[in-house]
Design a protein around this ligand. Structure first.
Ligand code: PLP
Length: 404
């Protein structure tokens, strides 16, 4: 994914060719990059050989899930819909972990019927609900309990999940009592302690703190967990400034931890597998002169890519074709949606743009399409995968007539 002379190419294909062929906006993914990310992830954690369950909520495209499954990953799902999609993509039930604070009894029943690997519970009530269903079906169900380690992930507050004021997991005190309860249950098998402190984490320290908390709690419980699920959250380089989480360093911290706790590690990465493998290609509809800045009004909006509006997240924006005309003015890149939060970025010293030019929003493979909506009654974009330097449509553009 880079420029060759003036034009931006993704795996040998010009973005402007894709735009001509498929119209815009387009979500475009590089399978080569996904493979590279998975290889890097596996290599970095090689010495602890973890079970890797891809977080389906980051991208639930079935064709991508199929490819990710083929590369040996399981799935971390947070709804029955994601569970069905993972199964339909060929991911085996014994590689699927079910997370989430609000699993309904229908969702739990379905997961039990499909004999998935693990249900990670997040409250006493959920544990009781699973026990009830297990009893009714005369089964013994494998569960994990998610601990809220009260650890600040030092990331955007909106995607922080491991502090005590967050709704996720159970407190230390509750954890101890729940372990005792589950231990005495004839219908539940306590297999795992799980945690997930947040997303887009670039600093190793929160992970190290999380491991210290886990260490303390496991010792306090004096219970051997067959599995320790550390969640996902590994951050990526959105700003292209090489500020990266070192997976190898994270691995050595976990390795140290495992010297005391002899358990199998589970990871649930989403963003780090697919985030930088996707771009959003959009066309400029109009350029409007504003007060102190020009508005670049694109055909992709917050309904297509929600992260900037939802989390104040930043994505790099680049032209599909370079010219050498720099301007001093500020461009504010916005979508067509009737909301003031429908803006992606304000950039100074961008190249001079014209109406109908193509724009690329970078690193949208994770939480891009999966967070999209039909707001303003706009059809969802087409999704394309580049495989062996060929473009394949992996999800058609939503049909406006059908939508209406
Ligand atoms: C969202 C989520 C993940 C994935 O997080 P990433 O930041 O995409 O790696 C993993 N586990 C759980 C429980 C989650 O909610």
């Amino acid at each position: 994914m880079n420029y060759k002379s003036k034009d931006f190419l993704i795996d040998g294909i010009k973005v402007k060719e894709l735009a001509k062929r498929y119209k815009t906006p387009i979500y475009c993914y590089s399978l080569r990059k996904i493979k590279e990310n998975i290889k890097k992830f596996k290599n970095s954690f090689n010495s602890i050989s973890p079970i890797i369950c891809f977080a389906v909520k980051s991208n639930s495209n079935q064709n991508l899930l199929k490819e990710i499954g083929k590369l040996g990953l399981g799935a971390d799902v947070v709804s029955v819909g994601e569970l069905m999609k993972a199964l339909k993509s060929g991911i085996k039930p014994n590689k699927i972990v079910f997370s989430g604070v609000g699993k309904t009894s229908q969702e739990i029943s379905f997961a039990i019927k499909k004999k998935i690997f693990l249900i990670n519970t997040e409250s006493e009530s959920e544990i009781l609900a699973i026990e009830k269903i297990a009893k009714k079906n005369k089964k013994k169900i494998n569960i994990g309990i998610r601990l809220n380690p009260n650890t600040d992930a030092k990331t955007l507050s909106q995607i922080s999940t491991g502090k005590k004021e967050n709704k996720f997991g159970v407190s230390e005190k509750d954890f101890v009592n729940l372990v005792k309860y589950v231990n005495n249950s004839k219908s539940l098998n306590l297999k795992c302690i799980s945690t997930h402190i947040g997303s887009q984490i670039l600093d190793i320290k929160p992970y190290e703190k999380m491991l210290r908390v886990l260490d303390r709690i496991i010792k306090k419980n004096n219970f051997h967990f067959e599995y320790i699920d550390l969640g996902g959250g590994m951050g990526i380089d959105y700003e292209n400034n090489q500020k990266n989480l070192s997976l190898k360093k994270y691995c050595s911290s976990v390795k140290k931890f495992l010297k005391i706790h002899n358990s199998k590690i589970i990871f649930e990465p989403g963003r780090s597998i697919i985030g930088n493998a996707g771009i959003l290609i959009s066309k400029i509809i109009y350029i409007k002169k504003g007060y102190k800045k020009d508005f670049v009004i694109m055909d992709a909006g917050m309904n297509d890519l929600m992260r900037p509006a939802l989390y104040n997240a930043k994505h790099r924006i680049i032209p599909a074709s370079k010219n050498n005309k720099k301007i001093k003015k500020i461009y504010e890149f916005v979508g067509p949606i009737c909301e003031s939060t429908d803006k992606f970025s304000s950039i100074k010293n961008f190249q001079k743009l014209d109406e109908n030019d193509l724009i690329i929003i970078c690193d949208v493979g994770a939480y891009g399409m999966s967070l999209s909506s039909n707001y303003n009654l706009r059809p969802k974009p087409i999704e394309i995968m580049i495989k062996n330097s060929k473009a394949i449509v992996i999800n058609k553009r939503q049909d406006l007539k059908e939508l209406i």
